[in-house]
Design a protein around this ligand. Structure first.
Ligand code: C2E
Ligand code: CA
Ligand code: CA
Ligand code: CA
Length: 276
C-alpha cells in the first residue's frame, strides 16, 4: 500500500514536470519567434552520376540562448500546435529565397541550376494567401520559380482539402517545383503522385538504409525509380550515408542524392566555404 501511494505521487509529480516543461517550451518558442532565434542550415544535394552540387535543402534549427541548437523534430510540431507556423514558415521561405538570390548572383557556374528546397508544413499550405506569398517572395528576390522547390510530405496531404489541390496546381503552373517528401512512408503514395503535380520525389531514407540489411531494399529502390521514370518525375534519394549506398543509387540511375556521405546540414558560411 505504502509503495502504491509512493508510486502514485511519483507519477503525478513526473506528469506535473512534463506539463510544466511543455508550458516553458511553448513560452520560450513564442519568445524565439519574436526575437528570431532561428537559423537555416543547408545540406547539399548532388547529381547522382557526376556527384556535382546541384542544390541544397534548407533545414531550420532553433539557436536557443542557453540550450544551444534545438532540432526541428522537437519544436516544429509544437510550433504547429500553438499557431506559430505561419510566422516561422514565412521567415524560412524569405530567408531561403534571399540566400538563393545571393548564391545565384555571386557564384559563377551555378547561375541557372542551383536550387533550394524548403519544407512546407500542412498548416502553411492550407493557409489563406499562401500562393500570393510565394509569388511575392519570388518576385522580390528575382528568382526563377523552378529553382525554388517546395517539399511537402505525404502525411501533409492526408488531411488535404479541395483547396490544397488548387494551391498545388497554382504553384506548379507558376513554375515552382513541387517535391513529394518522405516518399514510401505514407499510406497513399501512389495516388498522391497521380492526383498532384509533383515533379520530384524524395525517396525516404529508410529505403537506401535497408540495402545492406536485406536484398529487398534494392528491389524497392529499383521499383520506385522505374515508377518515377514512367511518370516523368525526378528523384532524390535521401539518407545516403555510405559509399556502397551511393554506388547502388548510381547503379540504379537516380537523379540526385543527399545524405551524410556527402555532408551534414551546415550553416551558410560553412556551406559557402565548402561548396561554392
Ligand atoms: P526532412 O524534410 O525529411 O529532412 C531530412 C532530415 O534528415 C534532416 O533532419 C536531415 O538533417 C536528416 N538527414 C540528412 N541526411 C541524412 C543521413 O544521411 N542520415 C540520416 N540519418 N539523416 C539525414 P533535420 O534537419 O533534423 O529535420 C528533421 C525534419 O524537420 C525534416 O525532415 C522536416 O520534416 C522538418 N523540418 C526541418 N526544417 C523545416 C522547416 O524549415 N519547416 C518545416 N515545416 N519543417 C522543417
Ligand atoms: Ca524535406
Ligand atoms: Ca525527407
Ligand atoms: Ca514541369
Amino acid at each position: 500500500k505504502e509503495k502504491g501511494r509512493n508510486r502514485a505521487s511519483y507519477y503525478s509529480q513526473s506528469l506535473h514536470e512534463e506539463v510544466s516543461r511543455r508550458i516553458e517550451l511553448e513560452r520560450e518558442l513564442r519568445r524565439a519567434a519574436v526575437e528570431n532565434e532561428f537559423v537555416l542550415y543547408y545540406q547539399p544535394q548532388v547529381d547522382c552520376m557526376s556527384e556535382k552540387l546541384v542544390g541544397a535543402e534548407a533545414l531550420i534549427r532553433w539557436q536557443h540562448p542557453e540550450k544551444g541548437l534545438i532540432s526541428p523534430v522537437e519544436f516544429i510540431p509544437i510550433a504547429e500546435e500553438i499557431g506559430l507556423i505561419p510566422k516561422i514558415g514565412d521567415w524560412v521561405l524569405e530567408t531561403a529565397c534571399a540566400q538563393l538570390q545571393r548564391w545565384n548572383k555571386n557564384t559563377a557556374g551555378y547561375g541557372d541550376n542551383f536550387s533550394i528546397s524548403v519544407n512546407i508544413s500542412a498548416l502553411e499550405l492550407n493557409q489563406q494567401g499562401f500562393f500570393a506569398k510565394v509569388e511575392r517572395v519570388i518576385e522580390q528576390y528575382e528568382i526563377s520559380p523552378q529553382l525554388l522547390e517546395l517539399e511537402i510530405t505525404e502525411s501533409t496531404l492526408i488531411n488535404s482539402t479541395p483547396e490544397t489541390a488548387q494551391i498545388l496546381k497554382a504553384l506548379s503552373d507558376y513554375g515552382i517545383t513541387l517535391s513529394l517528401d518522405d516518399f514510401g512512408t505514407g499510406y497513399s503514395s501512389l495516388s498522391q503522385l497521380q492526383v498532384y503535380p509533383f515533379e520530384v520525389l524524395k525517396v525516404d531514407r529508410s529505403f537506401v538504409q535497408s540495402i545492406e540489411d536485406n536484398d529487398d531494399g534494392a528491389l524497392f529502390l529499383e521499383a520506385i525509380n522505374a515508377l518515377a521514370r514512367v511518370l516523368g518525375i525526378k528523384t532524390v534519394v535521401e539518407g545516403v550515408e555510405r559509399e556502397t549506398q551511393k554506388m547502388w543509387c548510381q547503379k540504379l540511375g537516380f537523379d540526385r542524392m543527399q545524405g551524410y556521405y556527402f555532408a551534414k546540414p551546415m550553416p551558410t558560411a560553412m556551406f559557402e566555404k565548402q561548396f561554392l
